[in-house]
Design a protein around this ligand. Structure first.
Ligand code: KG4
Ligand code: ZN
Length: 330
Protein backbone atom coordinates (compact mmCIF):
# COMPACT_ATOMS: atom_id res chain seq x y z
CA UNK A 1 0.00 0.00 0.00
CA UNK A 2 1.52 3.31 -1.10
CA UNK A 3 0.75 6.27 1.14
CA UNK A 4 1.41 9.94 0.51
CA UNK A 5 2.21 11.72 3.79
CA UNK A 6 1.77 15.46 4.32
CA UNK A 7 3.24 17.39 7.25
CA UNK A 8 2.66 21.11 7.93
CA UNK A 9 2.15 21.39 11.69
CA UNK A 10 4.83 24.00 12.39
CA UNK A 11 7.74 25.29 10.30
CA UNK A 12 8.49 22.40 7.96
CA UNK A 13 6.51 21.69 4.80
CA UNK A 14 7.01 18.03 4.00
CA UNK A 15 5.72 15.29 1.70
CA UNK A 16 6.78 11.66 1.57
CA UNK A 17 5.85 8.42 -0.16
CA UNK A 18 6.01 5.30 1.98
CA UNK A 19 5.11 1.71 1.08
CA UNK A 20 3.46 -0.58 3.65
CA UNK A 21 4.34 1.66 6.59
CA UNK A 22 8.11 1.13 6.29
CA UNK A 23 9.73 1.48 2.90
CA UNK A 24 10.49 5.16 2.31
CA UNK A 25 10.46 5.93 -1.43
CA UNK A 26 10.93 9.66 -0.87
CA UNK A 27 11.00 12.05 2.07
CA UNK A 28 11.16 15.72 1.08
CA UNK A 29 11.32 18.45 3.73
CA UNK A 30 11.31 22.16 3.02
CA UNK A 31 12.55 23.81 6.19
CA UNK A 32 11.66 27.40 7.10
CA UNK A 33 14.63 27.87 9.44
CA UNK A 34 15.95 30.77 7.31
CA UNK A 35 12.61 32.56 7.58
CA UNK A 36 12.34 32.41 11.37
CA UNK A 37 16.05 32.68 12.30
CA UNK A 38 16.04 36.46 12.81
CA UNK A 39 13.16 36.13 15.33
CA UNK A 40 14.78 33.26 17.28
CA UNK A 41 11.54 31.24 17.02
CA UNK A 42 8.63 30.41 14.73
CA UNK A 43 6.37 33.30 13.61
CA UNK A 44 3.00 31.59 12.89
CA UNK A 45 1.76 33.96 10.16
CA UNK A 46 5.04 33.71 8.24
CA UNK A 47 5.01 29.93 8.64
CA UNK A 48 1.51 29.67 7.12
CA UNK A 49 2.38 31.84 4.13
CA UNK A 50 5.46 29.73 3.40
CA UNK A 51 3.45 26.49 3.67
CA UNK A 52 1.06 27.77 0.99
CA UNK A 53 3.97 28.55 -1.35
CA UNK A 54 5.93 25.39 -0.63
CA UNK A 55 3.34 22.62 -0.52
CA UNK A 56 2.77 21.96 -4.24
CA UNK A 57 6.49 22.13 -5.19
CA UNK A 58 7.35 19.80 -2.28
CA UNK A 59 4.58 17.39 -3.36
CA UNK A 60 5.87 17.40 -6.95
CA UNK A 61 9.43 16.79 -5.74
CA UNK A 62 8.35 13.90 -3.50
CA UNK A 63 6.42 12.20 -6.34
CA UNK A 64 9.33 12.68 -8.73
CA UNK A 65 11.92 11.37 -6.24
CA UNK A 66 9.77 8.29 -5.59
CA UNK A 67 9.26 7.75 -9.32
CA UNK A 68 5.46 7.59 -8.97
CA UNK A 69 2.41 9.67 -9.90
CA UNK A 70 -0.66 10.56 -7.87
CA UNK A 71 -2.50 7.70 -9.60
CA UNK A 72 -0.14 5.22 -7.91
CA UNK A 73 -1.01 6.54 -4.44
CA UNK A 74 -3.49 4.39 -2.46
CA UNK A 75 -4.23 6.86 0.36
CA UNK A 76 -3.20 10.20 1.82
CA UNK A 77 -2.14 10.65 5.46
CA UNK A 78 -1.91 14.13 6.95
CA UNK A 79 -0.85 15.52 10.33
CA UNK A 80 -4.04 16.97 11.83
CA UNK A 81 -2.95 17.70 15.43
CA UNK A 82 -1.36 19.23 17.42
CA UNK A 83 0.27 22.29 15.85
CA UNK A 84 -0.25 25.86 14.68
CA UNK A 85 -3.88 25.98 13.60
CA UNK A 86 -3.29 27.92 10.37
CA UNK A 87 -0.41 25.68 9.40
CA UNK A 88 -2.43 22.50 10.09
CA UNK A 89 -5.31 23.76 7.93
CA UNK A 90 -3.04 24.13 4.90
CA UNK A 91 -1.90 20.51 5.03
CA UNK A 92 -5.35 19.15 5.86
CA UNK A 93 -7.11 21.05 3.10
CA UNK A 94 -4.49 19.91 0.59
CA UNK A 95 -5.03 16.30 1.73
CA UNK A 96 -8.81 16.63 1.49
CA UNK A 97 -8.61 18.18 -1.99
CA UNK A 98 -6.33 15.37 -3.19
CA UNK A 99 -8.52 12.70 -1.61
CA UNK A 100 -11.67 14.19 -3.12
CA UNK A 101 -10.27 14.62 -6.62
CA UNK A 102 -8.44 11.27 -6.71
CA UNK A 103 -11.34 9.42 -4.98
CA UNK A 104 -8.95 7.92 -2.46
CA UNK A 105 -9.13 7.76 1.33
CA UNK A 106 -7.34 10.20 3.59
CA UNK A 107 -6.51 9.80 7.25
CA UNK A 108 -5.62 12.29 9.99
CA UNK A 109 -2.51 11.54 12.03
CA UNK A 110 -1.42 12.76 15.44
CA UNK A 111 1.96 14.45 14.96
CA UNK A 112 3.26 13.34 18.38
CA UNK A 113 2.40 9.68 17.79
CA UNK A 114 4.05 10.01 14.39
CA UNK A 115 7.29 11.24 16.02
CA UNK A 116 7.32 8.01 18.03
CA UNK A 117 6.45 5.92 14.99
CA UNK A 118 9.63 7.33 13.39
CA UNK A 119 11.57 5.18 15.88
CA UNK A 120 9.44 2.13 15.16
CA UNK A 121 9.98 2.45 11.41
CA UNK A 122 13.72 2.89 12.04
CA UNK A 123 13.95 -0.48 13.79
CA UNK A 124 14.14 -3.79 11.94
CA UNK A 125 12.80 -5.92 14.80
CA UNK A 126 9.30 -6.37 16.23
CA UNK A 127 8.29 -4.07 19.04
CA UNK A 128 6.87 -5.17 22.41
CA UNK A 129 3.95 -3.19 23.84
CA UNK A 130 3.25 -1.48 26.16
CA UNK A 131 6.04 0.96 25.38
CA UNK A 132 6.90 4.33 26.83
CA UNK A 133 7.19 7.15 24.29
CA UNK A 134 9.40 10.14 25.00
CA UNK A 135 8.73 13.07 22.67
CA UNK A 136 11.28 15.86 22.90
CA UNK A 137 10.80 18.53 20.26
CA UNK A 138 10.47 22.25 19.70
CA UNK A 139 6.76 22.17 20.40
CA UNK A 140 6.27 19.17 22.68
CA UNK A 141 7.70 17.41 25.70
CA UNK A 142 5.58 14.40 26.54
CA UNK A 143 5.76 10.96 28.06
CA UNK A 144 3.24 8.65 26.41
CA UNK A 145 1.97 5.17 27.20
CA UNK A 146 1.59 3.21 23.95
CA UNK A 147 -0.37 -0.02 23.57
CA UNK A 148 0.09 0.00 19.76
CA UNK A 149 1.75 2.38 17.27
CA UNK A 150 -1.44 4.45 17.09
CA UNK A 151 -2.96 4.01 20.55
CA UNK A 152 -1.42 6.21 23.16
CA UNK A 153 -2.28 8.19 26.25
CA UNK A 154 -0.31 11.10 27.63
CA UNK A 155 1.28 10.34 31.01
CA UNK A 156 3.10 13.64 31.45
CA UNK A 157 3.85 16.82 29.56
CA UNK A 158 5.44 20.19 29.99
CA UNK A 159 3.45 22.80 31.85
CA UNK A 160 5.32 25.65 30.13
CA UNK A 161 8.18 25.59 27.57
CA UNK A 162 8.89 22.48 25.51
CA UNK A 163 12.44 21.21 25.95
CA UNK A 164 13.48 22.17 22.39
CA UNK A 165 11.91 25.59 22.90
CA UNK A 166 14.04 26.00 26.04
CA UNK A 167 17.15 25.07 24.01
CA UNK A 168 16.18 27.70 21.42
CA UNK A 169 15.54 30.38 24.05
CA UNK A 170 18.76 29.65 25.97
CA UNK A 171 20.64 29.84 22.66
CA UNK A 172 19.09 33.25 22.06
CA UNK A 173 20.18 34.39 25.56
CA UNK A 174 23.73 33.25 24.72
CA UNK A 175 23.67 35.05 21.36
CA UNK A 176 23.67 31.84 19.32
CA UNK A 177 21.80 31.20 16.10
CA UNK A 178 18.41 29.49 15.61
CA UNK A 179 17.63 26.61 15.97
CA UNK A 180 19.50 26.60 19.24
CA UNK A 181 19.64 22.87 20.02
CA UNK A 182 22.59 21.93 17.82
CA UNK A 183 24.47 25.11 18.90
CA UNK A 184 24.00 24.36 22.60
CA UNK A 185 25.11 20.76 22.05
CA UNK A 186 28.24 21.95 20.24
CA UNK A 187 29.25 24.51 22.90
CA UNK A 188 28.45 22.14 25.77
CA UNK A 189 31.18 19.79 24.51
CA UNK A 190 33.77 22.34 25.67
CA UNK A 191 31.89 23.37 28.82
CA UNK A 192 31.98 22.51 32.51
CA UNK A 193 28.44 21.40 33.48
CA UNK A 194 29.17 21.84 37.21
CA UNK A 195 30.26 25.52 37.16
CA UNK A 196 26.68 26.85 37.40
CA UNK A 197 24.15 25.19 39.63
CA UNK A 198 20.82 24.89 37.78
CA UNK A 199 17.62 23.03 38.65
CA UNK A 200 14.78 21.84 36.44
CA UNK A 201 11.27 22.75 37.51
CA UNK A 202 9.14 20.55 39.76
CA UNK A 203 5.39 20.39 39.30
CA UNK A 204 4.08 19.61 42.79
CA UNK A 205 0.66 18.19 41.96
CA UNK A 206 1.98 16.18 39.05
CA UNK A 207 5.58 15.06 39.67
CA UNK A 208 6.11 13.49 36.22
CA UNK A 209 5.24 16.72 34.39
CA UNK A 210 8.02 18.94 33.09
CA UNK A 211 8.77 22.63 33.57
CA UNK A 212 11.69 24.28 31.76
CA UNK A 213 10.75 27.92 31.95
CA UNK A 214 12.45 28.50 35.35
CA UNK A 215 15.60 26.76 34.15
CA UNK A 216 15.74 29.03 31.11
CA UNK A 217 15.31 32.10 33.34
CA UNK A 218 18.05 30.82 35.68
CA UNK A 219 20.43 30.75 32.69
CA UNK A 220 19.41 34.33 31.86
CA UNK A 221 20.12 35.54 35.42
CA UNK A 222 23.43 33.65 35.61
CA UNK A 223 24.52 35.25 32.32
CA UNK A 224 23.51 38.73 33.55
CA UNK A 225 25.73 38.36 36.62
CA UNK A 226 28.81 37.97 34.41
CA UNK A 227 30.71 41.15 33.48
CA UNK A 228 30.98 40.03 29.85
CA UNK A 229 30.16 36.68 28.33
CA UNK A 230 33.30 34.97 27.08
CA UNK A 231 33.35 31.89 24.87
CA UNK A 232 34.11 29.73 27.95
CA UNK A 233 31.15 31.27 29.82
CA UNK A 234 28.90 30.37 26.88
CA UNK A 235 30.20 26.80 26.91
CA UNK A 236 29.76 26.40 30.68
CA UNK A 237 26.24 27.86 30.65
CA UNK A 238 25.28 25.63 27.72
CA UNK A 239 26.73 22.53 29.41
CA UNK A 240 25.03 23.28 32.74
CA UNK A 241 21.67 23.91 31.08
CA UNK A 242 21.86 20.84 28.86
CA UNK A 243 22.88 18.52 31.68
CA UNK A 244 20.13 19.79 33.99
CA UNK A 245 17.43 19.44 31.31
CA UNK A 246 18.51 15.94 30.26
CA UNK A 247 18.94 14.63 33.84
CA UNK A 248 15.36 15.73 34.47
CA UNK A 249 14.12 13.94 31.33
CA UNK A 250 16.05 10.78 32.30
CA UNK A 251 14.77 10.72 35.87
CA UNK A 252 11.11 11.23 34.95
CA UNK A 253 11.32 8.75 32.07
CA UNK A 254 12.69 5.99 34.32
CA UNK A 255 10.08 6.75 36.96
CA UNK A 256 7.27 6.57 34.36
CA UNK A 257 8.68 3.37 32.82
CA UNK A 258 8.72 1.67 36.23
CA UNK A 259 5.23 2.92 37.11
CA UNK A 260 3.70 1.77 33.80
CA UNK A 261 5.84 -1.36 33.46
CA UNK A 262 7.29 -0.51 30.06
CA UNK A 263 10.51 -2.22 28.98
CA UNK A 264 10.76 -0.39 25.66
CA UNK A 265 11.54 3.31 25.39
CA UNK A 266 10.66 4.98 22.09
CA UNK A 267 12.17 8.38 21.38
CA UNK A 268 10.94 11.04 18.98
CA UNK A 269 11.44 14.71 18.08
CA UNK A 270 14.29 16.99 17.09
CA UNK A 271 15.98 17.06 20.50
CA UNK A 272 16.59 13.30 20.26
CA UNK A 273 19.25 14.14 17.67
CA UNK A 274 21.42 15.17 20.61
CA UNK A 275 24.31 12.73 21.19
CA UNK A 276 24.70 13.67 24.84
CA UNK A 277 21.06 12.69 25.44
CA UNK A 278 21.51 9.38 23.62
CA UNK A 279 24.71 8.58 25.55
CA UNK A 280 23.06 9.44 28.86
CA UNK A 281 20.19 7.01 28.24
CA UNK A 282 22.49 4.28 26.87
CA UNK A 283 24.50 4.57 30.09
CA UNK A 284 21.75 5.03 32.67
CA UNK A 285 18.67 3.25 31.29
CA UNK A 286 20.16 -0.20 31.59
CA UNK A 287 17.82 -3.12 30.97
CA UNK A 288 15.48 -1.09 28.75
CA UNK A 289 15.22 -1.45 25.00
CA UNK A 290 15.90 1.98 23.49
CA UNK A 291 14.61 2.91 20.04
CA UNK A 292 15.84 6.13 18.42
CA UNK A 293 14.69 7.70 15.15
CA UNK A 294 17.05 7.18 12.21
CA UNK A 295 18.76 10.14 10.53
CA UNK A 296 16.19 12.21 8.64
CA UNK A 297 13.32 11.00 10.83
CA UNK A 298 13.89 12.87 14.11
CA UNK A 299 13.02 16.38 12.97
CA UNK A 300 9.59 17.07 11.47
CA UNK A 301 9.06 14.99 8.33
CA UNK A 302 6.23 13.37 6.37
CA UNK A 303 7.63 9.82 6.19
CA UNK A 304 6.60 9.30 9.81
CA UNK A 305 3.09 10.58 8.94
CA UNK A 306 2.73 8.25 5.93
CA UNK A 307 4.21 5.34 7.91
CA UNK A 308 1.76 5.68 10.78
CA UNK A 309 -1.04 6.34 8.25
CA UNK A 310 -0.60 2.79 6.96
CA UNK A 311 -1.34 1.33 10.42
CA UNK A 312 -4.20 3.70 11.11
CA UNK A 313 -5.84 2.78 7.82
CA UNK A 314 -5.75 -0.90 8.77
CA UNK A 315 -7.85 0.05 11.77
CA UNK A 316 -10.10 2.66 10.10
CA UNK A 317 -10.53 1.25 6.62
CA UNK A 318 -12.38 4.08 4.84
CA UNK A 319 -10.21 6.77 6.44
CA UNK A 320 -11.61 10.06 7.74
CA UNK A 321 -14.52 12.10 6.41
CA UNK A 322 -14.22 15.41 4.60
CA UNK A 323 -15.62 17.31 7.61
CA UNK A 324 -12.61 16.13 9.64
CA UNK A 325 -11.00 19.06 11.48
CA UNK A 326 -7.59 20.28 12.57
CA UNK A 327 -6.93 20.35 16.32
CA UNK A 328 -4.30 22.78 17.60
CA UNK A 329 -3.71 21.27 21.05
CA UNK A 330 -2.70 17.79 22.12
O1 KG4 B 1 10.78 17.84 16.14
P1 KG4 B 1 11.13 19.21 15.70
O2 KG4 B 1 11.49 19.39 14.25
O3 KG4 B 1 9.98 20.24 15.96
C1 KG4 B 1 8.74 20.10 16.55
O4 KG4 B 1 7.96 19.17 16.25
O5 KG4 B 1 8.49 20.97 17.41
O6 KG4 B 1 12.31 19.72 16.65
C2 KG4 B 1 12.90 20.98 16.56
C3 KG4 B 1 13.60 21.26 17.88
C4 KG4 B 1 14.21 22.65 17.97
O7 KG4 B 1 13.79 23.25 19.18
C5 KG4 B 1 15.71 22.39 17.97
O8 KG4 B 1 16.45 23.35 18.69
C6 KG4 B 1 15.78 21.03 18.62
O9 KG4 B 1 14.67 20.33 18.08
N1 KG4 B 1 17.02 20.31 18.29
C7 KG4 B 1 17.95 19.95 19.21
C8 KG4 B 1 19.01 19.34 18.49
N2 KG4 B 1 18.68 19.33 17.16
C9 KG4 B 1 17.46 19.93 17.06
N3 KG4 B 1 17.97 20.12 20.55
C10 KG4 B 1 19.06 19.66 21.22
N4 KG4 B 1 20.13 19.08 20.59
C11 KG4 B 1 20.13 18.90 19.25
N5 KG4 B 1 21.19 18.35 18.66
ZN1 ZN C 1 7.45 17.68 15.55
Amino acid sequence: MLILGIESTCDETACALVKDGREILSNIVSSQVDLHAEFGGVVPELACRRHVEALIPVLDEALKAAGVTLDDVDAIAVAHSPGLIGALLIGINAAKALAFSLKKPFIGINHIEAHLYASIMSSSTELQFPALGIVLSGGHTSLMHLTSPHQSTIIAKTVDDAVGEAFDKVAKILGLSYPGGPEIERLALAGDPTRFSFKAGRVKESPLDFSFSGLKTAVLYASRKLPTITYQDQCDLAAGFQQTAFSDVLQKTLQAARLHQCQTLLFGGGVTNNKKLRNLFEKEALGYRLLWPAAGLSLDNAAMIAGLGFHKLQQKKGGDLLNFEAIATS
